[in-house]
Design a protein around this ligand. Structure first.
Ligand SMILES: *[C@@H]1O[C@H](CO)[C@@H](O)[C@H](O)[C@H]1NC(C)=O
Ligand SMILES: *[C@@H]1O[C@H](CO)[C@@H](O)[C@H](O)[C@H]1NC(C)=O
Ligand SMILES: *[C@@H]1O[C@H](CO)[C@@H](O)[C@H](O)[C@H]1NC(C)=O
Ligand SMILES: *[C@@H]1O[C@H](CO)[C@@H](O)[C@H](O)[C@H]1NC(C)=O
Ligand SMILES: *[C@@H]1O[C@H](CO)[C@@H](O)[C@H](O)[C@H]1NC(C)=O
Ligand SMILES: *[C@@H]1O[C@H](CO)[C@@H](O)[C@H](O)[C@H]1NC(C)=O
Length: 672
């Protein structure tokens, strides 16, 4: 339940309904209080149809990110404009223009005036003129109830950030930036640390610089009353937008990129102008030969360029995004590199008694250095054909990923055919060890389970958004969530897919790495992976944590059924408490919170990739128990291979699988 303070209350007098309907659009307003309607046979509707088509085709043609249209005369005139957040990629902007137009027509089927806000774009239409005007109605805001510990310091830092951004937005109508602000905020007895506040300001591109500053100033007043000391604030009206978060929510690469160029100038032709002179047939012959040769050379040149560019693109996708990531300091390498003999000694020659487990990537051994520091060593199976340099580069990149919910990579070893990864040792083994065990499960009360769920969410969010590389885990599961001495979750095996040189292009891979039961259907069937396939696995994990049962060989009475579909059926029947682990139900802890977590889990396992929330929204949903949640659609039902292979003992059930899918079927599935 939201508990609005008096300032929020006062705001509500100015501000229309704050309704979060779906995670993909923030808010919609169908006209003002006195709604003016059009009929389905009116000229206004025809004009609106034309406007819709015009905007969508304008967005296809140009990547400027701002599109407007004006169709008709007098009372039937339709004026529309749509603009994207400037850091949004052109193709995403394009689809936002299209979706927002369709959605707005659907949600406001008959009002002459309507506005819709998406994360990526804002669309408005009206019979009144809307261009070059500041529109402050409606003003809407979102905040999180989570308070920082040091409100005064936080607000001071935020003030610095806003001032910095205002300076820039007054020149460019768009600004992003960050300030350092080390603080802690708490949610339900858990504390989270953050070190940076990220902010963004933007104005509708048709406004003048002065109008832009005015608009931002007005919003800022509201921001102070709604969001003081909150870890998130977002306030917007149709003409401008201010937002801050404690994670990076904008695309820094695109923010810093130069504005899109319309067209590269064509190079002048290399063919020399024909010499005007006598009509000599010999000369003409020579000219033809020259033209042919020059033509051939140009063709060759173009081909070389194309091939080279393809190759560059490929390495670009497979490798780091930032150039400076590739510059690896030799001292970094040496601090991370270990001799094979050292590790051999530490693990008692990889003896079976030291073996902790086995997965698709290789076996894991426990070890201890001379100074008795304990380690876990992953001995990669020999599937990789990567060279030493590439391997070391990847290890260093992965070693740079540091987050309290990721297992720390201590070092590596590359000698002959041996590739070892050395991690900090986690005394409490992995989550599956607890959660699927009748006795040990009771140790995980609601508070601990909640801590695990939100910790894992933050770890994945870091991999997806905050680290400089976008890492898709691809094999998230209970056995890859390790627990430290205080039962804090730490994700293991992240970035490992990168070490295997999986020949990935266009986020498609011909080698599927993952674990049955956790794999998103589009990944399991077509090898398409994305951040949303990790979201799917996370959803499965949440359902497992709440129910204490495995998704894969979950049994409901005598029936073999997917846990996700069981949960969904119960959700529809309003009997979600059937899904909750009985041990949990009897412990102290809010059933309401547990049900909410199952709800979040169900949103993550939805069949349609675009319906699944991003990890950032999952973290938000987990943080704020007042945020209303979308209605989940049907979860993906994965085909069961057969139940007889699943009844084996524990050690054989959870192994990752790697298999190849038919090359031909992949090429068919390439976009374009
Ligand atoms: C316009 O239509 C909406 C429902 O779509 C209705 O609530 C409203 O009263 C209508 N306004 C007028 C002026 O007819
Ligand atoms: C779009 O807006 C600009 C001013 O921002 C205006 O000059 C132009 O005419 C508009 N285009 C249409 C199609 O209305
Ligand atoms: C918009 O339409 C309504 C109803 O048709 C009309 O009263 C109003 O004056 C129009 N506004 C403009 C600016 O044309
Ligand atoms: C934050 O502070 C406000 C008012 O000071 C209070 O109503 C709210 O419950 C607090 N939120 C949390 C999560 O502690
Ligand atoms: C903060 O912004 C600067 C650019 O102004 C950037 O170089 C830096 O990496 C950002 N810091 C974080 C933590 O994102
Ligand atoms: C940011 O933009 C770049 C350039 O278009 C793109 O390659 C990258 O994937 C984007 N990053 C995110 C997090 O969307």
């Amino acid at each position: 339940m939201a508990s609005p303070g008096s300032s929020v209350f006062i705001l509500c007098m100015f501000i229309c309904s704050v309704s979060v309907i779906r995670s993909d659009f923030y808010n919609v307003a169908c006209g003002r209080d006195n709604k003016v309607n059009y009929t389905s046979t009116s000229i206004y509707k025809r004009n609106l149809d034309t406007v819709q088509a015009t905007l969508i085709s304008a967005a296809k043609k140009s990547s400027s990110g701002f599109y407007n249209a004006s169709v008709g005369e007098g009372l039937d005139q339709v004026n529309a404009l749509v603009y994207c957040r400037r850091d949004v990629q052109p193709d995403i902007c394009r689809s936002c223009v299209k979706d927002s137009m369709n959605k707005l027509r659907e949600l406001c089927p008959s009002t002459k005036e309507a506005d819709i806000w998406y994360d990526e774009c804002i669309l408005r239409y009206s019979n009144a003129s809307i261009f070059n005007k500041v529109e402050t109605w409606p003003t809407v805001y979102w905040q999180l109830q989570n308070n920082v510990t040091d409100v005064i310091q936080f607000n001071k830092n935020l003030r610095d950030l806003l001032d910095k951004l205002k300076g820039r937005v007054a020149q460019e109508k768009f600004a992003t930036g960050n300030v350092t602000a080390e603080d802690v905020f708490s949610t339900l007895n858990h504390e989270y640390f953050f070190s940076t506040i990220y902010g963004l300001m933007q104005c509708s591109p048709d406004l003048s610089l002065k109008q832009c500053t005015n608009c931002i100033d007005q919003l800022e007043v509201f921001l102070q009353s709604c969001c003081s000391g909150k870890i998130r604030g977002h306030i917007t009206n149709p003409s401008c937008d201010i937002r801050y978060e404690t994670y990076r929510f904008y695309n820094e690469t695109l923010v810093n990129a130069p504005p899109p160029q319309s067209q590269l100038p064509l190079k002048p032709p290399l063919v020399p102008p024909p010499a005007a002179g006598k009509d000599d047939s010999n000369k003409r012959m020579v000219l033809i030969i020259v033209v042919v040769i020059v033509g051939f050379v140009i063709l060759l040149f173009v081909m070389v360029c194309v091939v080279k560019r393809r190759r560059e693109q490929r390495t670009y996708i497979g490798r780091s995004r930032n150039d400076d990531d590739d510059v690896v300091d030799i001292s970094t390498i040496e601090s991370l590199r270990y001799d094979f003999s050292t590790i051999q000694a530490a693990t008692n020659s990889f003896s079976d008694s030291n073996k902790l487990g086995e997965g698709g990537f290789g076996s894991v051994y426990k070890g201890a250095f001379q100074d008795s520091k304990e380690i876990a060593v992953k001995r990669l199976s020999r599937g990789s054909n990567q060279g030493q340099k590439e391997f070391i580069n990847e290890v260093i990149l992965v070693a740079k990923l540091q987050h309290r919910n990721l297992v720390k990579l201590v070092g590596f070893c590359f000698e002959g055919s041996e590739r070892l990864l050395i991690y900090e040792f986690m005394p409490n083994a992995s989550l599956d060890y607890f959660i699927f065990d009748m006795m040990k499960r009771s140790y995980l009360d609601w508070e601990r389970r909640y801590k695990i769920i939100s910790g894992v969410a933050r770890g994945i969010l870091y991999l997806h958004e905050d680290s400089r590389l976008r890492i898709i885990h691809r094999d998230l599961k209970a056995s890859n969530v390790l627990l430290d001495a205080d039962m804090n979750p730490k994700i293991a095996d992240f970035g490992i897919a990168r070490l295997f040189d999986l020949n990935e292009t266009q986020a498609m891979t011909n080698k599927i790495v993952g674990t049955y039961g956790y794999m998103a259907p589009e990944y399991a069937m077509y090898g398409q992976f994305s951040v949303k396939s990790d979201v799917f696995s996370f959803g499965v994990l949440v359902l497992e944590i709440l129910s204490g049962k495995k998704n894969h060989n979950f049994r409901n009475g005598g029936n073999v059924e997917e846990l996700a579909s069981f949960a969904w059926k119960n959700w529809r029947e309003g009997t979600l408490s059937n899904v909750i682990d009985p041990i949990l139900k009897n412990s102290s802890g809010s059933i309401h919170e547990m049900i909410r977590c199952i709800h979040i889990g169900l949103l993550c396992v939805q069949e349609k990739v675009t319906d699944r929330p991003t990890m950032a929204s999952v973290v938000l949903m987990l943080n704020s128990f007042s945020h209303s949640l979308a209605v989940p659609s049907k979860p993906a039902f994965l085909m069961h291979s057969s139940s007889d292979t699943e009844n084996n003992s524990r050690n054989s059930t959870e192994n990752s699988v790697q298999y190849s899918i038919d090359e031909a079927s992949i090429t068919d599935l390439y976009p374009r």
